[in-house]
Unconditional design. Structure first.
Length: 129
């Protein structure tokens, strides 16, 4: 299985002064509804953590398929609870395997030109071969 993040969009940030990232983070959901976006220069990238959750084990030996997830990576690089959605899955058991390990994944947070860390929607596919 080979996950690779595909960055999506994030709501606009004011500036990156102390506390601005937190203010932008708290205002993010309101700005999402208005249709605004950050100009992100560095999208989230999955980083290994210890203990590493690893890739989801297939629910049965030899199981193959694809699961596509979408979630928000917060300003600390964590998967925001309650934001994970399975967009597409070739098998329910594979989707459940992905949902088991995804909360343990860590990412570098997205950032703007000003270096401000921001929340960002990420779409992440998982291939079981």
């Amino acid at each position: 299985m080979n996950p690779s993040p595909v960055a999506a969009v994030t709501p606009p940030a004011p500036s990156c002064s102390p506390g601005a990232a937190a203010a932008a983070d708290s205002a993010a959901s309101a700005r999402d509804a208005a249709g605004g976006y950050y100009d992100v220069t560095d999208p989230p990238i999955r980083i290994p953590v210890l203990p590493k959750p690893g890739n989801p084990p297939p629910p049965s030996p030899g199981a193959t398929g694809r699961v596509v997830t979408r979630f928000i990576v917060d300003t600390l690089g964590r998967v925001e609870p309650g934001t994970v959605a399975v967009i597409k899955a070739s098998d329910v058991a594979l989707a459940n395997a992905v949902l088991t390990v995804l909360p343990g994944y860590a990412f570098t947070p997205a950032s703007t030109h000003a270096g401000c860390k921001v929340r960002q929607i990420v779409q992440l596919p998982f291939e079981f071969r």
